[in-house]
Design a binder for this molecule. Structure first.
Ligand SMILES: Cc1cc2nc3c(=O)[nH]c(=O)nc-3n(C[C@H](O)[C@H](O)[C@H](O)COP(=O)(O)OP(=O)(O)OC[C@H]3O[C@@H](n4cnc5c(N)ncnc54)[C@H](O)[C@@H]3O)c2cc1C
Length: 389
């Protein structure tokens, strides 16, 4: 048996941020991951301006050319039809998660008391709290942080399941030849899936093409993926050699109370993915940092960890609530053509969407002005149709 102040399970962006923050505050931290690093992680790898700020703040990691490819050219489409975009859009930093996560893990690992990776967990006791590894070792802690992603074993130990199958998102992706977008254009297709979208993200040595959305509203996501792929690379659409991969992401379902007792959930395990843009890296980093800070505050005797963590999360939860409300206006079946039409006709609407996508604006910043414009445009379209009828 080994004892630590904090055991962090999972060393993606959330877990690495939590471990590093807690260790820097002087706590003894064990960092456990089922994989050795570098490891693959299915993701578009779009790092926004918001994520870039958190990377600098938490990891002192600049968005330099070794890990990131900047993209400022964005094309917006709807089912393949161009509807807008910008040559000088707010910058996205495109990265490969294999390398990105390895860099974060290395920084966190260097400050932790002990790292267990790869390590298979066979039991989690959320009351003690403790975790048992496959080799029989038992790690006990004053606080346990679950940073183990969308299908979190820690969340399952707490609640019986990691996510609600009616609300979870799902994405399919493939890596393609770089020469499909030689000019580093990022593409978003708002009609490629229901309650979701398709994307082409340029990388240093490849491009990532994918589609994603609410799983329950896309019973045949593979067909959406094949259609989107056929638009970009018809010669590959039926290729038996092409291997797309899929993964869940919490797309609109977040935990209002992310944990219980001495257990905190962060990142995807807490459901912190933007329900409109699908951005999850930023809130994973920030919630990890908050959990590390709350752990330090609690173990210094100042507070209980969960309320201290929840207080810090209030702004992120506000953003999640705002996005969930707005997304019904964008994605709901009968009106899903209106938002693309509004983007097409109104450059300022298009610009607001790109700012949101690039993490340069929060929902709180866009707030009422954009919502009002959007509602007015949608109202105008509905009235127009009624008059025509
Ligand atoms: C198809 C797709 C595309 C996406 N594109 C983007 C994008 O472009 N930009 C963006 O910002 N977000 C994107 N996201 C969301 C983003 O990937 C996640 O929100 C982000 O990775 C969450 O970080 P995390 O640290 O919480 O979890 P993860 O990154 O999933 O890390 C979890 C870690 O826990 C480990 N783990 C899991 N189970 C166990 C266990 N039982 N024991 C020990 N360790 C365990 C894993 O090995 C992993 O290292 C995308 C997601 C998907 C599915």
């Amino acid at each position: 048996m080994q004892h630590f102040d904090v055991v962090v399970i999972g060393s993606g962006p959330a877990g690495s941020a939590a471990a590093l923050t807690a260790a820097k505050a002087g706590l003894s931290v064990a960092l456990v991951d089922k994989s050795a690093f570098p490891r693959e992680k299915l993701c578009g790898g779009g790092v926004t301006g918001r994520s870039a700020r958190y990377l600098a703040e938490i990891f002192d990691l600049p968005t330099g050319p070794d890990l990131f490819l900047p993209s400022t050219r964005v094309r917006l489409t709807f089912a393949g039809r161009p509807i807008g975009g910008q040559e000088d859009a707010p910058r996205l930093h495109m990265t490969m998660r294999r390398d990105f996560d390895a860099a974060l893990h290395a920084r966190a690992a260097a400050s932790c008391a002990q790292v267990f990776a790869p390590a298979r967990i066979t039991a989690i006791d959320t009351e003690a709290p403790s975790v048992t590894l496959a080799d029989g070792r038992c790690l006990t802690a004053r606080l346990l942080i679950g940073a183990d992603g969308a299908n979190s074993a820690v969340a399952r130990a707490l609640y019986g399941r990691a996510f609600d199958p009616e609300k979870i998102g799902f994405g399919l992706e493939v890596e393609l030849d770089r020469d499909l977008t030689p000019d580093n254009t990022t593409e978003i297709d708002l009609g490629a899936a229901n309650w979701g979208y398709g994307w082409v993200f340029p990388k240093h040595g490849s491009i990532t093409l994918g589609v994603g959305g609410v799983h329950a509203r896309n019973p045949d996501m593979k067909a959406h993926f094949q259609r989107y792929l056929a638009q970009h690379a018809p010669h590959l659409a039926d290729s038996p050699r092409l291997r797309c991969k899929g993964a869940f992401l919490p797309f609109g379902e977040y935990r209002k109370v992310p944990g219980r007792g001495a257990v905190l959930l962060v990142g995807d395990a807490a459901g912190l993915v933007d329900p409109i843009t699908g951005e999850g890296i930023a809130w994973a980093l920030k919630s990890g940092q908050y959990a590390g800070e709350a752990a330090a505050e609690a173990l210094a005797g100042g507070a209980q960890a969960l309320p201290a963590y929840q207080r810090r999360l209030a702004y992120i939860h506000g953003e999640m609530r705002a996005a969930i409300r707005i997304r019904a206006l964008i994605y709901a079946g009968p009106i899903r053509h209106y938002f693309p039409r509004a983007v097409e006709r109104n450059p300022s609407m298009s610009h607001s969407y790109l700012q949101l996508l690039a993490g340069e604006k929060d929902y709180a910043d866009l707030g009422h002005a954009v919502l009002w414009r959007l509602a007015r445009r949608l109202g105008g379209s509905v009235l127009g149709r009624r008059r025509a009828a």
